[in-house]
Design a protein around this ligand. Sequence first.
Ligand code: GCU
Length: 699
Amino acid sequence: AEDGYRLWLRYDKIENAALRSSYSNQLQYIKVYGQSPTLAAAQKELVMGLSGLTGNTPRESATTEQASLLLFTRFTQPAQLTGITTDYAALGQDGFCITTARIKEKKVTIITANTDIGVLYGTFHLLRLLQTQQPIQAVQVVSVPAIQHRILNHWDNLNRTIERGYAGFSIWNWHTLPDYIDQRYIDYARANASIGINGTVLTNVNANALVLTHDYLLKVKALADAFRPYGLKVYLTAKFSAPVEIGGLKTADPLDTSVQHWWQHKADEIYELIPDFGGFLVKANSEGQPGPQTYNRTHADGANMLADAVGTHGGIIMWRAFVYDVRVQKHDEDFDSNKTNKNLPDIAAADRFKQAYAEFTKLDGQFRKNVLVQVKNGPIDFQPREPFSPLFGAMPQTPLAMEFQLTMEYLGQGTHLVYQAPLFKEVLDADTYATGKGATIAKVIDGSLYHHSLSAIAGVSNIGSERNWTNHPFGQATWYAYGKLAWNPNANARDIAREWVQQTFTHQPQAVQTITDMMMASREAVVNYMTPLGLHHIMGASGHWGPGPWVNNAGRADWNSVYYHRADSFGLGFNRTATGSNALAQYKPEVQAQWKDSNTCDERYLLWFHHVSWQHHMHSGKTLWDELCTRYQQGVDTVRRMQASWNSLQTVIDPERFHQVQQLLSIQEKEARWWRNSCLLYFQTYSRMPLPAGVEPPD
Ligand code: GCU
């Protein structure tokens, strides 16, 4: 039965016999120059992949003369092959080159790189060419990642529950570690290596200091050892209060020398066990987590102390900018967007949107060289659509890491089909205008805009203990696409979808087209049936599942839906222009110009920045109310089209996954209707306008 466990690394026999034998003839005799666990992994993957795909087990070749597929690095390139020149300088640490050449009239295929891990990445690339049935007779690929650290963030707790995880429990079995190495760990590492992911933060940002105790570190070391051949570095979250909680100190003040020594010793202990330990990810002074501000120190003080501790060993600190605090709550009564903010003691406190920028831009230039500030893609929290965070481009002296969320906390969670590559692309391609036109977020993140050599990107993992890893078979596509875009932010979301479908489901061209179209439509669908036209954060309280535009007592003002949508008898939306919270002022003038006038504002962001009347004249000619209703309906309609498309594939897809996706789509359709009905009935109590033609009355 097809249970989805193999992800996109399915090496089933290619149907076309001619293609099979041409691949197998070309790649029959493998020779790997050099010895290492990584090269062994490459060879093993090739044997498994080629045997499966071609039906022919490749041989290990004893001599260079006999070899037809040669794997080597710059340092192991055989003397006979001096004629083959590779621009190694251009490949960097992780890049690779796949090429064909002739040795004494014999055609050979070569995978080469500066490092063993580069060779492994090239190996996966070659296998992907076969999996997607590309011609390889004259293959010529040079591929170099744009971003240095391409990381998954697991929000996994030590008791194996996962914060915002919808695919079962944590795949880290702390109970059986360190002595039991589950094959799943290896398959996890293979999957990540196949898409270029080279780091994993094992633990939740809402951290547990226990993972830093010696017994747990032994378990972490076992995972690091299992992952190392695949180039996957291990990182941990550091709880700022650890020196008090597990170190017996009275304080965790970052300027206290006993605290500094404690972290230094802790880092030494970790590096003794794990010499290539990646470093720490830290959530501090956010949502109740301890941090330097607890001791009247700054984020920079806290980050720098940890940076010094790991820096001597080559580690990095990823310090999160996801901060907002209770000051916001004090201004509950000022949420009426028609008021000005002149009475507020601290402008930043008036709108959660503005806090990260307010706190972090003033620290630019104060961080150590091995610190990155990790910023969520949007200013609030992983909504179906957000404008990009104004921090991007606003901290020229600090390398900024991107944080995306693969797990779909606010996008229907484990049961909705939402291919997120279009969301990621929308953010990466956005222009910050920080240095003039063309200062895209991709260039901020890859370090090129401000010439930082340190660069990183993070995806909050959607992986769990479900057989198919992500619960929804299409969740795998977002994991896959994240890796591909981390490697190359310029890649195209549709191309990535297509190659994922070919590897995961089918090669039948019509079916590939149908599934790719479904995936490409899915992100706009979720925006429409949940939060069209710039609505945001109107889901159920705390669980963030299902509609909850009425939520008004979630414990904090800025957890309430009414804080964000501000519906009243006049209209809808959050005024963030100069007459409101003025969050818009955090963007460059060119960006402000796109959004500041409610009549010309890109309507995808309208209600993010404007409180407009129910009668507001939309670009379609409709009123805001009618347009809103139409969008909610369109969201439902798109899901129904996805259902019809999927149903047309019954004969192409294996029965297990066909049935699974069919059931999930029916949940999605039901929940899309739930969203539409709830939101329209709720907002109608303010608009007092009838549903326009073409919008189904709530059932
Ligand atoms: C969201 C999410 C939390 C998470 C937080 C974070 O608020 O709901 O569960 O801890 O983001 O990113 O730190």
